[in-house]
Design a binder for this molecule. Structure first.
Ligand code: 6PG
Length: 243
């Protein structure tokens, strides 16, 4: 697991965009299947991407999928797809057919099956699971990642790539990528910013598999953590790794 700490959430987001572009430039003949997360944290990154990095990004070599989606229509302010479309995808010259949204407005169980099948058709398979090139994750202050919440660890070993999960506090239904496809990804990158995430970052860095985010961070391949100083508050001396 590689850790990169930056002074602010803006610098963390910028560094992550540059890292993604770098990964794509390292393999100029590859189409990158990238699964993105939602929530609040990536909004800043999407906004910066649209405003500062459109020109250096190989949009025609990117296919965008979602790690998870809230079961709401795209116009709802909770929609992960809607947020990324408004901030980035509606602005970037990415081919329309390269964006594969989870239909939050559809019947959840049916949509989880449809999206698992779509991913199966679109992606190469390795070890019996779809192989994303990059899975971008966030983490909740409760230790969740994707929409796999503490207490739902059975979803880490689900036999489906996507399932319906339920937010334990507000009961909102979600469609979530499960454990095996995340572990099978070629690169797993976490973006975690803010002091309220300091505990979960501390668990990821210093503890055992205390929650879904820590489990994934400890068991996935090529894991990179992009965090800001606030999120790094409890992990001791990381000065050598601060960029
Ligand atoms: C979602 C996400 C989720 C997110 C974390 C962090 O739909 O909520 O994809 O897994 O990454 O909840 O969310 P925040 O950035 O809003 O704290």
């Amino acid at each position: 697991m590689k850790l990169a700490v930056f002074p602010s959430s803006i610098e963390t987001s910028r560094a992550l965009i540059l890292r993604l572009v770098e990964l794509m430039n390292e393999e100029p003949d590859r189409i990158f299947n990238i699964a993105v997360s939602g929530g609040n944290t990536p909004a800043l990154m999407f906004d910066l991407w649209a405003n500062e990095y459109l020109d250096i990004t190989p949009w025609n070599r990117m296919k965008i999928y979602w790690v998870d989606e809230r079961c709401v229509p795209p116009e709802d302010s909770d929609s992960n797809y809607g947020m990324m479309r408004n901030l980035l995808l509606g602005i970037a010259p990415i081919p329309y057919e390269n964006v594969f949204r989870i239909r939050g407005e559809a019947k959840p169980v049916k949509e989880a099956v449809r999206y698992s099948e779509l991913v199966k058709q679109q992606l190469p398979y390795r070890l019996g699971w779809p192989e994303f090139d990059i899975v971008l994750l966030g983490a909740g202050d409760d230790g969740h990642t994707s929409s796999i919440f503490p207490g739902q660890e059975n979803l880490l070993t689900s036999t489906s790539s996507y399932v319906v999960s339920i937010h334990p506090c507000n009961g909102q239904k979600r469609i979530a990528m499960t454990g095996y496809p995340i572990l099978n990804a070629r690169h797993v990158i976490f973006l975690i910013t803010g002091k309220n995430k300091a505990d979960v970052v501390e668990e990821i860095c210093n503890s055992g598999d205390t929650g879904p985010a820590a489990y994934i961070a400890h068991h996935a391949q090529n894991v990179e953590l992009f965090i800001d100083k606030g999120a790094a508050s409890y992990i001791g001396d990381v000065s050598k790794e601060i960029h």
